[in-house]
Design a protein around this ligand. Structure first.
Ligand code: CA
Length: 232
């Protein structure tokens, strides 16, 4: 397989250096851009496999960059934001970003995010997400039959829990925001919906941990949303 090509969009030279040094040491190929205009140009002319995008760029709003790239490409976008830009982060995920890193982040965190994204890319290319059966650890979803199994035992889910689980499964590896999920499940995103979502998610997660083996299929991202993780 070809080495993964990463487009690093960051105007802070020291952070950019940290990222490119890390990428080089771990056998990734990379391109860099210091502003939004170059980022869009590089993304369109070189088709990177993954984009690391700083939300605070001098010339363009990061959200606009994501929207622009999304008009022609599904390339995974991992946004990089400062802690003070929490609402931007959620807006960026809603605009089609896949994941996020919050500054300051460690080299390990960066590499972990990239690994999750690469696994997601491999799964997308291998069509594991579009077939009629979904497999993840002991979890199996049969989309045609509308059934979910954990260690070959059928899970008793309410219709909403089942829809939630399917939505999370079809987006394994991707962080889904509260707004995104409630829009998909209820068709709108009112404050009550987010509160209901928490309740449904808590029950669903309890059912997924019935063996009490601590295996976590669904991660909580406080204040942001949830992510289905690929269990080894
Ligand atoms: Ca910046």
């Amino acid at each position: 397989m070809n080495k993964t090509m990463i487009l690093v969009v960051e105007d802070d030279r020291s952070i950019q250096n940290l990222m490119t040094t890390t990428l080089k040491a771990h056998d990734y190929r990379y391109l860099t851009a210091m502003n939004g205009e170059t980022a869009i140009l590089e993304a369109s002319s070189h088709n990177p496999d993954i984009i690391l995008l700083d939300l605070g760029l001098p010339d363009m709003d990061g959200i606009d960059i994501i929207r622009k790239i999304r008009t022609w490409s599904d390339v995974p976008i991992i946004i990089i934001s400062a802690r003070s830009e929490d609402t931007d982060k959620i807006e960026a995920l809603d605009a089609g970003a896949d994941d996020y890193l919050t500054k300051p982040f460690s080299v390990e965190e960066l590499l972990a995010r990239l690994r999750v994204t690469e696994r997601r890319l491999a799964a997308m290319q291998g069509n594991q997400m579009t077939g009629s059966v979904y497999l993840n650890g002991g979890l199996r979803l049969d989309f045609l039959a509308g059934c979910a199994y954990l260690d070959e035992e059928e899970l008793h889910l309410t219709p909403i829990e089942y829809r939630l689980l399917c939505l999370m499964a079809k987006n394994t590896g991707k962080v889904l925001t509260h707004t995104y999920i409630t829009q998909k499940i209820w068709g709108h995103s009112w404050e009550n919906d987010v509160a209901s979502l928490r309740v449904f998610m808590a029950t669903l997660r309890r059912k997924l941990d019935k063996n009490r083996d601590g295996v976590q299929y669904i991660q909580t991202h406080i204040g942001v949303g949830y992510r289905m993780v690929k269990v080894e």
